[in-house]
Design a protein around this ligand. Structure first.
Ligand code: NAD
Length: 284
């Protein structure tokens, strides 16, 4: 075990298990794992994703860092269960896709925000979920956003950042509210559109028959509609304000396009499409 940090990952799904596996395979940490569903942590050990199984959150080993890898609305139960251990760890972090509500949850559960708490969010993922989707390269060359709070200690932020950097991620820091605004626009709204479009089309098409005519564009756009419904249910309900703000702006723009198509206003369509193409070409 030498002087590696000891890390406990709670929630061994796509993100938690990928993080655990990345740390373990790179020799960057001694990794403990806990999962609520029975048998998952033992399987993670067999697969070499973690070093040791934790069976019960009321009996935690001494670790340097706890990483919570569960859906956002499951975080409250985890914080409640690990309360007694929180004063002993150097850092505690999460990987939830929403940050404001996670901070609220921690504050509500504990009555304060511990100095060890560093909210985090890897900007990497997949439409697959669960332990078997774990990929130790998942974070390689992807961003990891930390949103340290006034209460957060520099020591805790440094440890969490070091662990993510060791997995190949580029760590960036931003305020909680900015994180939720940016992610509402770049991730949450596109997922909502994909879920909604695929649902509309599949309800209109008997036996989903039209999907067999789908070409690359639709496949690319709709891939994320295969993402985990529980995880996204939690995200949409916990980032309401930022999501509704961008959704309403988008709905207004979509109505403008609808009007332009109705009145045959090709000039308007061209202006919008050219502006969009220039932006997309710029960031690719
Ligand atoms: P997942 O469904 O693959 O994994 C979640 C795991 O947590 C499962 O193994 C589940 O059994 C376990 N779990 C649920 N409740 C638990 C509890 N109370 N105690 C212990 N274990 C529990 O989901 P995921 O994709 O890994 O997402 C996990 C978190 O990561 C979410 O908060 C999500 O917002 C965030 N995230 C996901 C992605 C993505 O693309 N999937 C990307 C970035 C961040």
């Amino acid at each position: 075990m030498n002087d590696q940090p000891k890390v406990l990952v709670i929630g061994l799904g796509l993100i938690g298990a990928s993080f655990a596996k990345a740390l373990k395979t790179r020799g960057e940490a001694y990794v403990y794992g806990y999962n609520r569903r029975e048998g998952v942590a033992a399987q993670a050990k067999e697969l070499g994703v973690i070093d040791e199984v934790v069976d019960n959150l009321s009996e935690l080993p001494d670790v340097d860092c706890i990483v919570i890898g569960v859906p956002v609305l499951a975080i409250a139960a985890v914080i409640e269960a690990i309360k007694p251990a929180l004063d002993k760890v150097k850092a505690i972090t999460d990987v939830g896709s929403v940050k404001g509500e996670v901070v609220n949850i921690v504050r509500q559960q504990l009555g304060y925000v511990p100095a060890s708490f560093v909210p985090g969010h890897p900007i990497a993922g997949a439409e697959k979920s669960g332990l078997m989707a774990a990929n130790d390269q998942l974070f390689e060359n992807h961003m990891l956003i930390v949103t340290p709070l006034e209460e957060t200690s520099a020591e805790a932020t440094t440890l969490v950042s070091r662990l993510w950097s060791a997995c190949g991620a580029e760590v960036v820091s931003m305020p909680v509210a900015r994180h939720d605004e940016v992610l509402a626009a770049t991730s949450h709204l596109p997922h909502l559109l994909a879920f909604s479009l695929v649902d509309t089309l599949s309800r209109e098409s008997e036996n989903r028959e039209i999907f067999k005519y789908a070409a690359g564009g639709f496949r690319d756009f709709s891939r994320i509609a295969a993402s985990d419904p529980t995880m996204w249910h939690d995200i949409f309900l916990t980032n309401q304000d930022a999501l509704l703000a961008v959704l309403r702006r988008f709905q207004a723009d979509l109505s403008q396009l609808e009007g332009a198509i109705e009145r045959g206003d090709g000039d308007y369509l061209k202006v919008v499409f050219e502006r969009a193409k220039a932006s997309r070409d710029h960031f690719s």
